[in-house]
Design a protein around this ligand. Structure first.
Ligand SMILES: Cc1cc2nc3c(=O)[nH]c(=O)nc-3n(C[C@H](O)[C@H](O)[C@H](O)COP(=O)(O)OP(=O)(O)OC[C@H]3O[C@@H](n4cnc5c(N)ncnc54)[C@H](O)[C@@H]3O)c2cc1C
Length: 403
């Protein structure tokens, strides 16, 4: 057991992305101070959008930052509007305008990642984020105390380490079994199109998914409607890398969607220089914690983006972790074990579901695709996804108060 001292444990969060900042914000809400160590010299997110589903909106409201984000985001009227690749026929859609708030108490938004990051940062105390701090190593002393070493030679010996350092996590590498990545065979093209260059159908307050053989493409407006975010999935080329900053050409992007509905190819043509990101596959980890060190967000459970829940799960992790630590300040390792017990089943289920959805979305035309389209038409996706959207960390914690 670590002596956390009279003022509570000193907590180091490695990584100041969505998960790390959410952890800083939720710890602050519990009255626990923490330091976020971020390798970048500025807090910024490269251009891409994300869906802020009700399970995330609920937690942003609790942090007091939902209104600020909503002012910069787009409140969706329609979600998961699946369309057929060749002619745009609608296979199913969520009616968010009339039902989302009634069912889940919150709306669904689409936002630029930078706006979500800024909303979270505003809930972290000034001085709680150390920029330009790249962690290069984590060791654990004989008495269980973690030691972090940074690229500039600084070492820090906190009571608790939270590894929120993303998909290539240094912290994960130091404490868990190896989570080696396997090649998924897929890559993501990403682009932001200024609204004035986007066709009307793409400017609607809708999250639209065009699905076809081996490929699918998602678009929705972000930044209060000033841009349309475009993300598409296609077979990967050998040189695609898992990086937010790698690029492709619009011709390469277009070639992947040749023969698709011409409205869609017009949108792709407006995409400028798209980013291209290889999707790697990782099986769920059986444990995230070792003594006073734990993981959160993509460091713990990277998932395919096919349920748009990676950042959402990082925010949920942060809410649960902060409460577990607050409930057990004298024994952080016990708090971390409770945290992972609460979180691993849910994030593993989402990792698996996201994996399966890539297969479903990409069926070649034929009997299986026709059966899929019939089942889409029969289901109400807003209800079918209730297990994702209705989740409230406070209920999960209440139900396992003795765990
Ligand atoms: C194409 C695509 C679309 C997506 N769409 C959605 C969506 O609609 N909704 C959704 O919820 N999720 C979505 N996701 C998933 C989401 O982007 C991730 O799950 C989320 O960014 C994870 O947050 P994180 O904080 O765990 O990791 P990251 O965002 O990767 O942040 C990690 C941070 O740690 C820092 N860092 C890394 N190494 C170190 C180090 N050694 N020392 C110090 N700092 C370090 C990095 O600079 C970074 O700031 C999508 C993902 C992709 C690829």
């Amino acid at each position: 057991m670590i002596d956390a001292g009279a003022e509570g444990p000193r907590i180091a969060i490695v990584g100041g992305g969505i998960g790390g900042l959410a952890a800083g914000a939720f710890l602050r809400r519990e009255g626990i101070s923490a330091t976020v160590y971020e390798q970048a010299s500025q807090l910024r997110e490269v251009g891409a959008g994300l869906v802020v589903a009700p399970n995330t909106a609920r937690l942003l409201r609790r942090l007091g930052v939902l209104a600020a984000l909503a002012a910069r985001a787009v409140r969706l009227d329609v979600g998961w509007e699946f369309r057929r690749w060749r002619d745009g026929a609608v296979l199913s859609a969520e009616d968010l305008a009339s039902a989302c708030e009634r069912l889940y108490g919150e709306h669904t938004y689409t936002a630029h990642r930078a706006d979500l990051l800024e909303a979270l940062r505003s809930a972290v105390p000034d001085g709680g984020v150390r920029l330009g701090s790249r962690c290069v190593d984590l060791t654990v002393r004989g008495d269980g105390r973690p030691v972090l070493r940074f690229a500039d030679g600084e070492t820090v010996e906190p009571d608790v380490v939270i590894g929120a350092d993303g998909i290539h996590s240094v912290v994960r590498g130091a404490i868990t079994e190896s989570a080696s990545a396997t090649y998924s065979g897929l890559c993501a093209f990403r682009a932001l199109v200024p609204s004035e260059h986007a066709p009307d159908f793409a400017r609607r307050a809708a999250q639209t998914l065009w699905i076809g053989p081996g490929h699918h493409l998602v678009h929705y407006p972000v930044s209060a409607g000033r841009s349309v975010n475009l993300v598409a999935f296609a077979p990967a080329r050998d040189d695609a890398v898992e990086s937010w900053t790698a690029t492709a050409t619009v011709e390469e992007f277009l070639a992947e969607f040749e023969g698709w509905d011409p409205r869609l190819t017009a949108l792709i043509r407006a995409a400028g220089t798209p980013g291209r990101w290889a999707l790697l596959d990782r099986a769920p980890l059986r444990r995230w914690s070792e003594g006073a060190v734990t993981l959160l967000g993509d460091a713990a459970h990277p998932m395919f983006p096919f349920f748009a829940q990676g950042a959402a799960q990082a925010v949920e992790d942060a809410a649960v972790l902060a409460r577990c630590l607050a409930d057990d300040l004298d024994d952080p390792p016990r708090a971390l074990r409770r945290y992972e017990r609460l979180r691993i089943p849910r994030t593993s289920r989402l990792q698996d579901a996201s994996h399966t959805r890539s297969l479903v979305n990409h069926l070649p035309d034929g009997p299986d695709q026709q059966a899929r389209d019939r089942s889409f038409a029969e289901a109400d996706p807003l209800v079918a996804n209730g297990w994702i959207y209705a989740y409230d960390p406070d209920d999960a914690l209440l139900n396992t108060a003795d765990a």
